[in-house]
Design a binder for this molecule. Structure first.
Ligand SMILES: Cc1cc2nc3c(=O)[nH]c(=O)nc-3n(C[C@H](O)[C@H](O)[C@H](O)COP(=O)(O)OP(=O)(O)OC[C@H]3O[C@@H](n4cnc5c(N)ncnc54)[C@H](O)[C@@H]3O)c2cc1C
Length: 387
């Protein structure tokens, strides 16, 4: 039984901004025994298109979905789980937590120190620029969400300052192919969690600076500077009504450029080993991220220059209803590749759960197969033990 608090494709219907398109190309939209079959494999779906894609999958897969059913608590009983919902109670030998990796906005504690004259909006609340008060916008966070929203708001005519911390820079196209084609074909995206040196770090990596547009354009910090977005360092704190930014912008740029070049080296090595099996263009390297002529270290939030802070500082899962002691002090689920630290409890859809691609739509296919295999073995073992 699949329990869903809202409707099928709820997060895509209700938790995304109006202009959002997937940053993964249509050819990558695939779920078990189901894939995109439209006429634009290299395009990027709009939100209504994603909703239609997933709603159709619910139909063709005939999944037993109960919508409008919020899980309010899960408790462990002697040999099973008691799942309380707004539509009654269930008793289950096994539970798969597939409640999403992005249910709640992660906002740093300094938000509390922001003067009340400045409106704070999270990426989950943002819909379009017209929703924000007139005037300047400070966007905090320069990963996929932050760069996309900084660009959209700047193009709507407002002054935008973007606070940049650790980020992952990627070109949209590389050697004539989508960069996610390279991630896919070279095997980088399939890398398993138990083959990654530091999986804890890999699970916390920010999302890549990518956008899905009809022009298939790159959206990096150079693009944003060119349209007039002011770049400042990582937001360190807010003191006496002033935002204080770290001075490490040059280092952040250099690190992101270096990591991008290393990834492109990996792609090149892989391509070299394929001979002429694939039609790709010549090796490319991109202009380093340009340092602004000057970068402010403080910004007076009381001066009226900034009317809105848009927190694009990431998302996290929300497990307040999970009354099984498997969530650590930092709110992370304790699991080994989705096998949660409690008998018969599983997870799907979390960052690098079993593979680098786990948190993306197409990542569900391989992960679900592995998890179901484990789950079936668990049920078999408990049946033969007479439990
Ligand atoms: C801004 C943004 C852009 C993204 N862009 C892409 C992209 O371009 N390509 C891509 O592949 N992926 C993208 N993703 C990642 C995307 O979220 C995942 O690929 C996909 O949604 C994961 O599906 P899921 O079912 O695991 O999680 P979700 O889609 O979050 O679904 C979880 C479901 O659980 C329900 N739920 C939660 N708590 C309860 C409860 N207590 N009781 C009952 N139901 C509950 C929610 O209502 C929701 O419908 C993006 C994510 C974000 C936030």
């Amino acid at each position: 039984m699949v329990l869903e608090r809202g409707e099928v494709a709820n997060s895509w219907r209700h938790e995304r901004w109006d202009s959002l398109r997937l940053l993964t190309p249509n050819w990558q939209a695939r779920l078990p025994r189901y894939q995109y079959e439209g006429g634009d494999p290299d395009g990027f779906m709009t939100m209504p298109e994603v909703v239609a894609f997933i709603a159709r999958y619910a139909q063709v897969s005939a999944a037993p979905v109960r919508t409008g059913t919020t899980v309010t608590s899960i408790d462990r009983t002697e040999d099973a789980y008691r799942v309380a919902t707004t539509q009654g109670e269930w008793r289950c030998r096994t539970v798969v937590l597939a409640s999403g990796a992005c249910n709640a906005a992660s906002v740093p504690a300094v938000r509390q120190a922001v003067p009340s004259s400045v409106t704070c909006v999270t990426a989950l609340e943002y819909r379009n620029p017209s929703q924000l008060p007139e005037g300047g916008v400070l966007v905090v966070g320069a990963s996929a969400t932050g760069v996309q929203l900084a660009d959209e708001i700047r193009r709507s005519g407002r002054p935008v300052t973007l606070s940049v911390g650790e980020h992952v820079r990627l070109p949209r196209m590389y050697r004539g192919r989508d960069v996610l084609w390279w991630m896919d074909r070279s095997g980088v995206w399939n890398q398993r969690y138990d083959e990654i040196d530091d999986v804890t770090r890999a699970r916390r990596l920010p999302s890549p600076q990518l956008v899905g547009t009809t022009e298939r354009s790159t959206l990096d910090l150079n693009t944003l500077s060119a349209v007039g977005v002011e770049l400042v360092g990582r937001l360190a704190t807010v003191r006496d009504g002033k935002a204080l930014f770290s001075g490490g912008l040059r280092n952040q740029f250099a690190l992101a450029d270096l990591k991008m070049d290393r990834l492109l080296d990996t792609f090149d090595e892989w391509a070299g080993a394929q001979g002429d099996a694939f039609d790709v263009g010549p090796v490319e390297r991109f202009e380093p991220t340009r340092m602004p002529a000057s970068s402010r270290l403080t910004l007076d939030l009381g001066s009226g220059e900034i009317r809105t802070i848009l927190w694009c500082t990431g998302f996290h899962p929300e497990y307040s209803w999970l009354h099984v002691p498997v969530v650590d002090a930092k709110g992370h689920l304790r699991h080994d590749g989705g096998v949660v630290d409690a008998p018969g409890l599983y997870a799907l859809g979390l960052p690098v759960l079993r593979r680098r691609k786990s948190t993306f739509i197409h990542g569900a296919e391989d992960d679900a197969r592995d998890i179901v295999e484990h789950l079936v073995a668990y049920l078999g073992a408990s049946a033969s033990a007479g439990r």
